[in-house]
Design a protein around this ligand. Structure first.
Ligand code: ZN
Length: 152
């Protein structure tokens, strides 16, 4: 990755961590799940309005490091209006990207900002935490998700 692109991605992450999008509770949400990363202190609640397998709306609350907050912000932006199947596909592509730095999917958009995270193994958990919570709410498993037990 070029330095210039790297810097652009860092700016995207900083922007979203300082001014998180969809950062509120969601009236009318019919799905909800919590994610917790005790290693870093990241904790988020994901709210979702899922109608006929389409994510009509999605939001989050909570707090954590810049990476986890930006990940939640960009994720909610990216998944609004997508189907459950599309969201699951983004999840697996994203997980692959943050662990290997590579992606074959050209629709990743701002999610590409997290490709550099694979160089910092401790940060991978931060970057995937909101996604694990999103997946749990999609599957209607409202228990708290902890990345502590995941193999990532
Ligand atoms: Zn973190």
């Amino acid at each position: 990755m070029s330095d210039e692109l790297n810097q652009l991605y860092q700016e995207v992450i900083l922007d979203h961590s300082r001014k998180p999008r969809n950062f509120h509770t969601l009236p009318g949400a019919n799905r909800r799940a919590e994610g917790n990363n005790p290693l870093c202190g990241d904790h988020f609640t994901i709210y979702m309005k899922l109608i006929d397998d389409v994510i009509e709306d999605i939001s989050f609350e909570g707090g954590g490091c810049a990476i986890s907050k930006a990940a939640a912000s960009i994720m909610t932006d990216q998944l609004k209006g997508k189907t459950a199947a599309e969201a699951e596909k983004f999840f697996s592509e994203y997980q692959k990207m943050v662990t290997t730095g590579e992606s074959d999917n050209e629709d990743m958009g701002k999610l590409c900002a997290f490709a550099g995270v694979h160089q910092f193994p401790m940060r991978v958990k931060c970057a995937v935490l909101p996604w694990h919570a999103m997946l749990a709410s999609l599957k209607n498993k409202p228990e708290t998700i902890s990345t502590d037990k995941d193999e990532q």
